[in-house]
Design a protein around this ligand. Structure first.
Ligand SMILES: [Zn+2]
Length: 61
């Protein structure tokens, strides 16, 4: 299945950017502001690990 290309960030990308900005990642152990990574390379399209959303929500609460 092809992913439609769009210049505007999708909803999850905005949410990922928020999580990246406010929370560290329990999965890959990066600090706030640092993109998630898998091994030595960053996740595609600015994605973050699921655990990071939980961390961001805990930070925001
Ligand atoms: Zn991560």
């Amino acid at each position: 299945m092809r992913r439609p290309s769009s210049r505007r960030p999708s909803r999850w990308q905005r949410r990922a950017a928020w999580a990246r900005a406010v929370a560290c990642c329990p999965s890959c152990q990066v600090l706030p502001g640092t993109p998630c990574r898998q091994g030595s390379s960053p996740l595609a399209h600015g994605a973050v690990h699921a655990r990071r959303y939980q961390e961001a929500e805990a930070t925001a609460a």
